[in-house]
Structures are given as C-alpha cells and as structure tokens.
Write a protein that binds this ligand. Structure first.
Ligand SMILES: [Zn+2]
Length: 64
C-alpha cells in the first residue's frame, strides 16, 4: 500500500486520542479509556486501576 504524499513537511497535528467507552470491571462505573479494551480483559476506571495496578517498589519512601 502506498500513501500519496502531498505537501512537503506538512505535519499533521496528532489526532486526539480516541477514547473508548467501557464499564469498569470493578465498580461498574462507566469510564473512557484511551485504548481499545481487549476482550476478556477487565477494564478499570481510574480509581480502580490504581487499586489493581501492582504497587511499585521504586520509591524509597517507606509507607509504614
Ligand atoms: Zn471502577
């Protein structure tokens, strides 16, 4: 496939991110994710995503 190139150095502004509406698998809230949810994989809203994301151990600060 060849794409015709018209206009030299014509930089198109990057298109806005496409958000896909999804339902959070945890709290059931409607949310929009900046990616296409994969079938079979749970989608979480922001809050729940934080909850489910594995805690990073990069920080040296002790939380306890
Ligand atoms: Zn949620």
């Amino acid at each position: 496939m060849a794409y015709p190139r018209e206009g030299r150095g014509d930089r198109r502004p990057s298109p806005p991110r496409e958000y896909t509406k999804a339902v959070c698998a945890d709290c059931g809230a409607e949310c929009e994710v900046p990616f296409k949810p994969t079938q079979g994989k749970p989608v979480y809203c922001r809050d729940c995503y934080k909850k489910h994301a594995p805690p990073r151990r990069e920080s040296r600060r002790s939380l306890f």
